[in-house]
Design a protein around this ligand. Structure first.
Ligand code: 5GP
Ligand code: MN
Length: 334
């Protein structure tokens, strides 16, 4: 948490006269959108307006969140976003650890003279004016809750704010399953429910949104899951042409990597997907226990993330990428 002195300085900045901006990472997920909107709604209860910016568009299944449609998507609104960032007095950076994770707006933020406040749970954060980084917390949404509590603004957590914070904790813990889910997490969840978050509605609006084409895509990927390293590593992959064939939409492959990890005996799952626009392969890694995919991805795939959930990239072809991956895991993992 921020020191008491930092908290009082930050609190003094959160007033109606200041331009407050909240930004989150590229390919925003439930925790990214949830923490940004959860903070925005709480600030609004304090009489402070904030503008939320994301680098690129986010999946449809997150757009039910209150005011999700007011979020400025930088890839579509470059001029407006440049103007908002230029005028900003305070920029909250949520759910990412380095400006290189937010695309071209990272350079704009680096140049801005605004006060930059990082709240994040990824490994090895860069320097910002104020940093609240804790890798033991399962979701940035939980950190926003702790931050509001430290400001003595728990009463500012409205129903809208509670719904957003609940969503990010639910998605980043894989439905309250992952290792860093704690008793404190559940206490916070209880408080968010009391403030109006509806578990059934949120789970359903977020997760029960499959289209037939997504299930067909999933069945294709599952039909060719490959196990290597004596069944401890699962490999899933998808090519651009296949995505197009199934009428792929943004976010359609979200969560697919977890199916690999659900196989008995598997300690690490890797999902390789050709990017739709650019010529590279986006990789998602998931693992169990102490198998550190953050370090693995940093070492070999130009990425990072958390111990049990990380991402990376490869510039090779799919075939060469899979070969390289197999050869690395044959000597490095487990
Ligand atoms: P996902 O596999 O869901 O895209 O990402 C899993 C986790 O790794 C997320 O916390 C995400 O922020 C992080 N991550 C994903 N891709 C990258 C990357 O290319 N670089 C870094 N540093 N982190 C990533
Ligand atoms: Mn997160």
């Amino acid at each position: 948490m921020f020191t008491p002195l930092e908290l009082s300085t930050i609190k003094n900045l959160l007033i109606p006269e200041k331009e407050i901006v909240i930004v989150t990472h590229y390919n925003p997920d439930g925790d990214a959108v949830g923490s940004s909107l959860g903070l925005k709604h709480a600030l609004k209860m304090q009489g402070v307006e904030a503008t939320v910016i994301v680098p690129n568009d986010f999946p449809k299944f997150l757009k039910w969140m209150p005011e999700a449609r007011q979020i400025l998507v930088a890839e579509f609104r470059r001029k407006k976003v440049a103007e908002v960032l230029h005028n900003a007095d305070v920029i909250f950076c949520l759910d990412f650890n380095t400006l290189s994770r937010i695309g071209f707006i990272g350079e704009w933020i680096a140049r801005s003279s605004a006060v930059k406040i990082l709240i994040d749970h990824h490994q090895m954060p860069d320097a910002f004016d104020y940093v609240y980084s804790d890798t033991s917390v399962p979701a940035t949404c939980q950190m926003i809750y702790h931050f509001l509590e430290a400001l003595e603004w728990q009463d500012k957590i409205s129903k809208d704010s509670a719904e957003c914070l609940y969503t990010g904790i639910m998605t980043d813990t894989g439905g309250f399953r992952f290792r860093s889910t704690s008793g404190i997490t559940h206490h916070i969840i209880a408080n968010l429910i009391e403030k109006g978050a509806d578990p059934a509605q949120i789970a359903s609006d977020t997760w029960d949104t499959n289209s037939i084409s997504r299930l067909h895509l999933l069945s294709l990927i599952l039909s060719r899951v490959e196990l290597v390293k004596e069944g401890q590593v699962a490999i899933l992959w998808l090519k651009r042409a296949e995505m197009k064939q199934f009428g792929f939409e943004k976010g359609a492959t979200e969560g697919f990597v977890n199916y690999g990890l659900s196989i008995q005996g598997v300690k690490m799952s890797a999902f390789f997907m050709e990017d739709l626009q650019e010529d590279f392969i986006k990789i998602s890694f998931r693992s169990k226990d102490d198998l550190d995919v953050n370090q693995f991805s940093r070492n070999y795939f130009n990425g990072g993330g958390h111990i049990n959930a990380a991402g990376g990239r490869s510039e090779l072809s799919m075939e060469d990428t899979l070969e390289r991956f197999k050869s690395i895991v044959s000597s490095e993992i487990c």
